[in-house]
Ligand binder design. Sequence first.
Ligand code: PEP
Length: 259
Amino acid sequence: MSQKYVIGNWKLNPATLSDAIALATSLNNSKDQGCTVGVVPALVHLSAVKNALADGIILGVQDITHKTADTGAFTGDVSACQVAKMGAGFTLIGHSERRQHHGETEEILSAKINHALTCGLSVIYCIGESQDEHERGETFGTLKNQLATLQSLAQSSTRTDSTDIARLIIAYEPVWAIGTGLTPTPDDIEKTHRFIKDELSAFGMTAPILYGGSVNDKNAPQFAKSELIDGVLVGGASLKSEHFNAIIDAFANPSNPSK
Ligand code: PEP
């Protein structure tokens, strides 16, 4: 069976450092689970969360600058090499909230991916269609355009090293499912993941494909049973340790008959 991932994106939460440390500490029993567990705290909490987490839980950041991989005159920015030196192992790139609220284009995202890989970070590249695109039946067209960003990466002469490609994970997150309580059916997710796999293989890549959007302790077991869902990226439910631990448990024991 393939490696499964359960990653919590804390976004701009929690409000205090002590709450972030408490949340990190509450996950420490999950470190020996049969799946990879990760958290993505707010940058201001990165160091403290790193110190509070047990070995084996992976740590990421929510964003890096596209301006440079390392240092420079870019007030307010934080770079891939800086967070890597702080102990982050991966970064989210292309989350719909960044695309939407910060106008991040495919060109910007491509630069960020390159910087992340240059500095040794893994990348969780987020893609997904909007509600309108979903209703107009344009999901696959949107995903194709978003995945094309990786195609140029695969073709780049400086990015043909297979270790780079191995450090890519895709998170399929339909925008209409994020924070709404709505999700596609497992069948629909599988069809979309199959499409993503085919697109990637057309430019010589493979990557784990996670699902994200209103995953919770109730629906996680049905997603965990699918061979085509390599894990989940969890927003809201990752802030409640009981719920997040239940999601981890679902992915660590996907065939548990009690679920
Ligand atoms: C997300 O924003 O990545 C996400 C999946 O959020 P939620 O689980 O709250 O829908």
